[in-house]
Design a protein around this ligand. Structure first.
Ligand code: ADP
Ligand code: MG
Length: 243
């Protein structure tokens, strides 16, 4: 059995909260309102995973599936610069794919598994920002919730399998019910993350992100197999997620 690796979030406080970083062979979910830093955290992880293991990285490439069209290469350049890394080299190690519907999203995960067997050990991280957006648009009708949850469950199982088979960390973002970018909602509680029990059970570690003062944000650890429920403050900066 391979050793679990931990990838830094860019914030020491946030790393401490989750036991050192986001872990391989595991699914970490970040949910929270719009502008709480889910996408900035996704960008930061694209860079930190490339750092040496001794520095909080996994010495690896990363695959990112973008479902909200919010990926910005320039953000990666700025984050790479913060860590004294070559921006273009950092970009070359990011395998980027856009998905336009849930079928494509599922197919991309399968394609990644094939890629990982071709290049064993090259990838230690998959990011999906967000896991839920296309489910909300593909299954927006009232009667489609069951079907949606079933497909989401299939996707989460596939992700977990890839995580374990290839010693990869899975980082997914999730929206709140009220998120205006998420299409139609038909459940009235805006304080809840989307995805219901399927996501709650399939994610190993869940982080609830909320706004603080200025560029400060607060993460609350919801579910963790081995860490206490607690909170950490982090900041969104030009150089990505920081303390
Ligand atoms: P979410 O994905 O949770 O909706 P984002 O990760 O997109 O949120 O975070 C948006 C926040 O990040 C905004 O408050 C924005 O001001 C901040 N932000 C984006 N880019 C930068 C930057 N280059 N420097 C500092 N803050 C930034
Ligand atoms: Mg976002």
């Amino acid at each position: 059995r391979q050793a679990v690796l931990k990838i830094s979030t860019g914030s020491k406080e946030l790393d401490k909260l989750i036991g050192g970083g986001i872990q391989t062979m595991s699914i970490t979910e970040a949910f929270g309102e719009f502008r709480t830093g889910k996408t900035q955290l996704s960008h930061t992880l694209c860079v930190t995973c490339q750092m040496p293991v001794e520095e909080g990285g996994a010495n690896s490439k990363v695959a990112l599936i973008d479902t909200e069209n919010t990926f910005r290469p320039d953000r990666l350049r700025a984050i790479a610069t913060r860590f004294n890394m070559d921006p273009e080299e950092v970009l070359n190690n990011v395998l980027y794919a856009k998905a336009f519907n849930t079928d494509q999203q599922l197919d991309l995960i399968t394609a990644l598994a094939a890629k990982f067997s071709e290049e064993p050990g090259a990838y230690r991280l998959i990011i999906i920002d967000s896991i839920i957006n296309l489910f909300r648009t593909d299954f927006s009708g009232r009667g489609e919730l069951g079907e949606r949850q079933q497909k989401l469950n299939t996707m989460m199982s596939r992700l977990m399998k890839v995580a374990e088979e290839f010693n990869v960390a899975i980082f997914i973002t999730n929206q709140m019910m009220s998120d205006p970018s998420g299409g139609l909602t038909f459940v009235a509680d805006p304080k809840k993350p989307v995805g219901g029990h399927v996501l709650a059970h399939a994610s190993t570690t869940r982080l609830y992100l909320r706004k603080g003062r200025d560029n400060q944000r607060v993460a609350k650890l919801y579910d963790s197999p081995d860490m206490p429920e607690a909170e950490a403050t982090y900041a969104i900066t030009e150089g990505g997620i920081d303390d």
